[in-house]
Design a binder for this molecule. Structure first.
Ligand code: HEM
Length: 87
């Protein structure tokens, strides 16, 4: 259990980022009666940040290995070294 959005019985190649993936049914914002009430704000914030980045940034490259937090319940990064090159 605890695989959620990485459940290989629900998602093909769950560990791979695929921008064309159809994501309906993901549970990143929870579901049902306890679904995230702030998800529209969060989606708008994400769109604003990505639009601002796309306007100013030429590339973002990883410069080291991602380090994940030591948690049995959450998959979260503690560090992800990147180099940002502006336009
Ligand atoms: C990317 C950002 C966010 C993510 C990934 C996220 C994710 C989640 C998830 C997974 C839950 C369900 C937790 C559960 O099932 O126990 C949740 C609940 C909730 N979220 Fe978010 N959230 C985000 C941003 C926000 C924002 C911006 C707000 C407020 C403005 C917010 C307010 C809430 C509240 C109040 C609940 C509890 C709803 C309830 O139990 O009735 N969240 N969120």
């Amino acid at each position: 259990m605890l695989s959620a959005n990485r459940d290989e019985t629900r998602w093909e190649r769950p560990g791979q980022f695929d921008i064309t993936r159809r994501v309906s049914g993901h549970i990143g914002f929870g579901t049902g009666i306890h679904g995230c009430v702030g998800q529209m704000v969060a989606r708008l914030e994400g769109e604003a940040v990505l639009a601002a980045l796309a306007a100013r940034v030429a590339s973002i490259e990883m410069t080291g290995e991602p380090v994940y937090r030591d948690s049995s319940g959450l998959r979260a990064l503690s560090s992800l070294p990147v180099r940002v090159t502006t336009k």
